[in-house]
Design a protein around this ligand. Structure first.
Ligand SMILES: O=C(CO)[C@@H](O)[C@H](O)COP(=O)(O)O
Length: 242
């Protein structure tokens, strides 16, 4: 283990272990939403969460089926995606378990967007179809103005396996109100102030990508003007809900 991925010594080991245990439980459980909302096939999607106050994140192991996931199988890494051992009693490995193949992308987002506490990636079919076309989903629904504050943008083409996906996500979402980006030829990545918020954005992306696709089969969807988009987004962000 390098000095870089040693745990900070500011929290007591007991507090840190309890926090990590909570994050493990949350990240493991949130994958069920991906299955429930039909956003994933086989093992093609992942959820991660930042460990609050630490240079750490929790992500699922690569290639493990969703019904096998459990808190103790979640992997704790530093914000460069390097697994960190000894954070809590649920030993991160099983040295046979590698973290998700998208770990570098998630880690890059946490390093560069300090307010982001959750990242989700799926290959949900309607959203991914727009990504294959290299076409943003235009803001033609009030639900899109609410949740995304405008069009759902396309991010650049990026190869899997290094920082390029993370860089594409950050460069695109820094310029946008949207918590979702459709990475060209790949699929949606979503972010949120919590892992659950990022999961919700992944569910919403698929829903609106599907509806706008259907609308285009029967006519020409009508864009919502920018002033109305801004007002809808402001109401949703500041007034909607409890
Ligand atoms: O896009 C890819 C690989 O093409 C990934 O999103 C995987 O489909 C999910 O992999 P793991 O999280 O199980 O490594």
């Amino acid at each position: 283990m390098t000095e870089q991925n040693m745990i900070k010594e500011t929290d007591s080991p007991q507090d840190l272990a309890a926090t990590v245990a909570q994050v493990r439980t949350e990240v493991s459980a949130l994958h069920a939403y991906l299955v429930t909302y039909k956003l994933v096939v086989w093992t093609a999607g992942n959820v991660s969460a930042r460990v609050p106050g630490q240079e750490l994140m929790v992500i699922k192991p690569s290639g493990i089926e969703y019904d096998q996931l459990a808190p103790e199988l979640m992997i704790v890494t530093d914000l460069h995606g390097v697994p960190v051992d000894g954070v809590d009693s649920a030993h991160w490995g099983n040295p046979d378990l590698a973290p998700s193949s998208d770990t570098d992308a998630h880690a890059y987002v946490y390093r560069h967007m300090p307010d982001v506490h959750g990242v989700v990636h799926t290959h949900s079919p309607y959203a991914t179809a727009w990504a294959a076309l290299d076409e943003p989903v235009p803001c033609v629904l009030t639900m899109m103005a609410d949740e995304f504050g405008g069009d759902i943008p396309i991010g650049p083409f990026a190869l899997i396996g290094d920082d390029s996906i993370g860089r594409g996500i950050v460069e695109t979402l820094r310029e946008s109100k949207s918590p979702a980006v459709l990475m060209k030829n790949h699929g949606p990545f979503t972010i949120g102030p919590s892992a659950k918020a990022a999961v919700k954005a992944a569910v919403m992306v698929e829903e609106v990508a599907k509806t706008v696709h259907i609308a285009r089969q029967i006519g020409t969807p009508i864009p919502i003007d920018a002033e109305h988009v801004a007002r809808l987004n402001d109401r949703y962000m500041n007034v909607y809900g409890q």
